[in-house]
Design a protein around this ligand. Structure first.
Ligand SMILES: Cc1cc2nc3c(=O)[nH]c(=O)nc-3n(C[C@H](O)[C@H](O)[C@H](O)COP(=O)(O)OP(=O)(O)OC[C@H]3O[C@@H](n4cnc5c(N)ncnc54)[C@H](O)[C@@H]3O)c2cc1C
Length: 430
């Protein structure tokens, strides 16, 4: 175990993650290499009355810490059991390592748009991935977790226990997961990619996607993103300087070209990357950036997407908006609407769509972004039913976030369990 203090060589590198706009200044960073390192760190923090935070990749950093930061990035073990179709991975593993290892056996995990994201943080947040409408949330496929709880004990957490329920979707505040075991799916290939349309076609594309995706089979998981690309030389043609609508598709059935024909007919696409591909290339569907940056984001699940809502989305996030966020609308439903075999913490699984906004933090800071996002989500409020935990970025009001993310009964149970497992509030960073 390596301990790093402020000013020491390696300290700054160790705390730097993907999200750069959340200031953090831990009193000590524990560069953990094993579950035992994590247990020692938690016991030390509890004895000294210090809060514990944990970081794998920094994609989901919401609040900084002045206590003990347990950095899990060295815990990178990946074991695949092809016969049982399961994976067991360490706390610092990113999806790309699992995708690659599982792919060798014709298997795939329930990973999301970016292979760069950490498996544990993603799965504990619920995990809404590329095959979500077919197989549900990643959290629902967890088989077991190794967790260091606030008393410094390393526990194996299995189905039928309170912690198994709370960690899967509740994410923060119960312990540090040192390893996670989960099911893999027999998926080798998919039909995927995106269709990108120019600014003038944005309103028509949104409406066409809404209609088209309503009749979609569960084997299709799809979203539409609106993105303004700067007019800079490093931005590739044909999107440079344009505000586009990009329909993203991951389809597990046959004849993908037939399925997307109605979308291709809406308008001429600026770019069309749809093709059969091995699951190992699924990160190319959304092609999300890998370079660290500062961002702030929130979202709402909604019961419908009527014309008034689409008009509000175009007004506040479309080509004419002054400072539009990246706006992503996900079609929910399918397996996401069904009760899984071993449910974790709930969310509004009856919602039809999720609307997510994400803005890069610039000179105006987070306050200006919050105001801009509030205009959009205030307009959607009459139809809003909840919020998805993984897509809350950089928010600093945990109570408000918790109340919008968790159903009331689940929040009560989470609070009860928090009192039972962490009465001293050792894990108070999340
Ligand atoms: C570019 C991008 C793409 C994304 N795509 C998707 C997507 O398709 N679907 C989706 O559902 N989400 C997605 N997310 C959200 C992502 O799942 C969450 O931000 C998640 O929390 C990131 O986990 P991490 O470990 O990578 O990040 P970190 O910032 O390292 O961790 C985030 C939080 O997870 C918890 N955590 C991490 N490790 C542990 C541990 N070992 N024990 C206990 N708690 C832990 C902690 O609360 C920590 O603060 C995306 C995020 C980004 C930035």
């Amino acid at each position: 175990m390596n301990l790093l203090h402020p000013g020491q060589d390696g300290y700054a590198e160790e705390i730097t993650g993907f999200q750069t706009s959340v200031p953090t200044a831990p009193a000590v960073v524990v560069a953990a290499e094993s579950a035992e390192d994590v247990a020692v760190a938690v016991r030390y923090a509890a004895e000294h009355g210090l809060p514990v935070a944990v970081q794998a990749t920094g994609h989901g950093l919401t609040a900084g810490t002045d206590g003990v930061l347990i950095s899990t990035r060295r815990m990178t073990g990946v074991e695949i059991d092809p016969g049982a179709r399961t994976a067991r991975v360490g706390a610092g593993v990113r999806w790309e390592a699992v995708i690659e290892a599982a792919g060798k056996h014709g298997l795939a995990p329930l990973s999301g748009s970016s292979p760069d994201v950490g498996v544990v943080g993603y799965t504990l947040s619920g995990g809404f991935g590329l095959m979500a409408r077919r197989y549900g949330r990643a959290a629902d496929h967890v088989r077991a977790l190794d967790v260091v709880t606030a008393d410094g004990e390393l526990r194996r957490v299995e189905p039928g226990t309170d912690l198994f329920w709370a960690l899967r979707g509740g994410r923060d505040g119960f312990g540090v997961v040192t390893a996670i075991e989960f099911g893999l799916l027999p998926v080798r290939d998919l039909y995927g990619g995106s269709l990108t349309f120019d600014s003038a076609d944005v309103p028509a594309v949104l409406r066409a996607w809404r209609t088209w995706s309503a009749a979609a089979p569960d084997t299709l998981t799809t979203s539409v993103a609106m993105i303004r690309y700067p007019d800079l030389p490093m931005v590739p043609e044909p999107v440079r300087g344009r505000h586009v609508a990009q329909v993203r598709i991951a389809f597990l059935g046959e004849n993908g070209d037939d399925l997307v024909a109605p979308l291709r007919a809406v308008a001429p696409a600026l770019a069309d990357t749809l093709r059969p591909m091995p699951f190992t290339e699924s990160g190319s569907i959304a092609a999300e950036p890998r370079q660290p940056h500062g961002y702030h984001g929130t979202n709402a699940t909604v019961s419908q997407l009527n014309d008034a809502m689409l008009d509000a989305i175009v007004e506040h996030a479309g080509p004419g908006a002054a400072a539009p966020p990246v706006l992503i609308i996900d079609r929910l439903g399918g397996a996401l609407a069904r009760t899984p075999e071993t449910p974790g913490v709930g969310w509004d699984s009856a919602a039809e769509f999720a609307v997510r906004a994400l803005s890069v933090v610039g000179d105006d800071g987070v306050a200006a972004i919050r105001r801009a996002h509030a205009k959009l989500f205030d307009a959607l409020a009459p139809w809003a039913t909840g919020r998805l935990l993984p897509f809350v970025y950089g928010e600093h009001a945990p109570e408000e976030v918790a109340e919008s993310v968790f159903p009331a009964a689940d929040l009560r149970r989470l609070r009860e369990l928090k009192r039972r497992y962490d009465a001293g509030n050792v894990f108070r960073a999340g």
